[in-house]
Ligand binder design. Sequence first.
Ligand SMILES: Nc1ncnc2c1ncn2[C@@H]1O[C@H](COP(=O)(O)OP(=O)(O)OP(=O)(O)O)[C@@H](O)[C@H]1O
Length: 351
Amino acid sequence: MSTPVLSVKDLAITFTHDRRDVEAIRGISFEVNAGEVVALVGESGSGKSVTARALMGLGARGQRISGGSIELTGPDGSLDLTTRSPRELQRQVNGKRIAMVFQDALTCLDPTMAVGRQIAEGLRAHYRMSRAQARARAVELLTEVGIDDPERRYRQYPHQLSGGMCQRVNIAIALACEPDVLICDEPTTALDVTIQLRILDLLARLQAERGLAVVFITHDLGVVARIADRVNVMYAGRIVEQGSVEAVFYDPRHPYTWGLLSAMPSLGSDEGPLHTIPGSPASLIDRPAGDAFAPRNEFALELDHEQEPPYFEVSPGHRVASWLCHPQAPTVEMPKALRAKIDSMTKVGER
Ligand SMILES: Nc1ncnc2c1ncn2[C@@H]1O[C@H](COP(=O)(O)OP(=O)(O)OP(=O)(O)O)[C@@H](O)[C@H]1O
């Protein structure tokens, strides 16, 4: 069995505002192997971005890691990122071992500097490269991320490029120092649909060619089906269902996952969403007792309103935090419309 490149264990993140603590991430654990794409998916506010940024040692004011570990394993051994200062992370880890691509492609680039130079500067900062060597490597990277006429594009400024092209440049910057782990936070959300698909295909190609470990953040299960190997469904700062894409798409067990899948337009069809999850996401400040999703869950058992469910392993590697998965729970089937939708879906393995 391969050793994970990235191992997040019982990670908890707390915000303190006006002397009040709010736990936004509540003990999440997941692993990513080399050559694997692991998705974090969930509605807005479920904690995807806070988690992604924590992996880079980034956080807002008043935010701290209040528990758990983030281990990065490489040929030289393991490193727990939660024990390193932001300065150490900046010097030794960020960019080199772990890099990130954000949603807003244009604002991530420096508007005053030609895009090729932005790639070259990163290379020069990390490696002892001459100006000419860094330039030549930056042109290669532009080619690698699918930018035609890279010599001309090298000299252009961000505003002269399309959104999709800016995102390709961001990907080139992220990959310039050959990181082991790439974090993608909604990298295609701001782009139109055809460009989204091209960027996803590019990421999939680069990931396979380089054997990268990728953490992919999205609210879109269609994107998960296209790119991910494993998926973590997040709700109110907790992973509520975790497993291979096949397990979570074809045998979903948590009613929240049922809701997300029901709300997803069928792959390859232009029908509108079938369903929306009733209610609004749980408040972190006055989180209800028990399972945070229970107030929105038409299938909730009494116990769901009283006690937070532990994880139940329903098949190897497929873990679900719902009392419905307790061996003594009554059998509750997913909604019929969802069953029919799943039965009609193209096998994820054939995507
Ligand atoms: N600076 C902050 N201060 C206090 N709470 C915050 C702060 N940033 C995020 N949070 C809280 O942390 C929770 C998780 O936010 P996060 O941005 O990770 O969600 P998300 O799943 O990425 O949503 P989105 O898809 O909208 O980006 C939210 O409930 C949010 O209110």
